[in-house]
Design a protein around this ligand. Sequence first.
Ligand code: NAD
Length: 268
Amino acid sequence: MTAYRIGVVGCAGRMGRMLIATIAATPGCVVAGGSERPGSAAIGRDVGTVAGIEPLNLPVFDDAGDLFAAADAVLDFTAPAVSVAHAALAARHKKVHVIGTTGLESDQIAALERAGRDTRIVFAPNMSLGVNLLFAVVEQVARSLDPDWDIEIVEMHHHHKVDAPSGTALALGRAAAKGRGVKLDDVARRSRDGIVGARVRGEIGFATLRGGDVVGDHTVIFAAEGERVEITHKAGSRAIFARGAIRAALWARGKKPGLYGMKDVLGL
Ligand code: NAD
């Protein structure tokens, strides 16, 4: 069987480098290439060298179109507007597109849905197995507890992260809201500062911490009078996200066009 050719846009980023190294180490998969934003110091350098592994004799492209043409699947952990533009390329080339970028607005997600009419797109704010299990558990716990149980979500990430709360924290909020039969937008309290008044019954609160090299910690707290349930996931390495993204790309290979999530990939 011919090897599955996987490319990485944003290949010089923190996730990009981990993705290249993980594809190169995955049996049955080869690195199809990498791209970076125009002007990046990585353009023209060897994709393997940029990722800190052996040279792969592939230069980093500044045109993602070339990469979509050359690959069977493209992994994309970049920035919201960039991933939306790449989804249109994926649709044009009919290639699998796995998007891990967080911070997309609803109109940007609608654009992914449109691209998903022509090709297979997997989009997930968190590609780890553990966090996707957490989504299911949180929904179930929220369904079992009445709104006298306050729900608060705390997340911590490294000091380079640009969006807040994290895409995973918001997805945990959506899971809790779904369990309660409400919409997150109607009950979310994304931050608190100053004299904000007493907590409103039924709201789902978020707290964001940033510091050091933390890959990603998330805790969902269910707090009632006299007792508290806390459910935590801690990511120790970006490798879990990279493995999840490659699993998603392999899963999407034989599927019909559509916008899918990790729930579909993992069969949860
Ligand atoms: P990063 O800033 O280290 O990497 C992003 C890379 O994208 C940079 O190298 C940047 O130059 C590149 N880029 C920007 N515009 C581009 C363009 N037009 N073409 C090609 N490349 C371009 O960030 P990071 O820590 O790797 O995170 C990237 C994204 O992935 C963030 O949104 C983050 O929240 C998300 N993330 C998701 C998961 C998940 O499991 N879904 C896990 C970790 C991070």
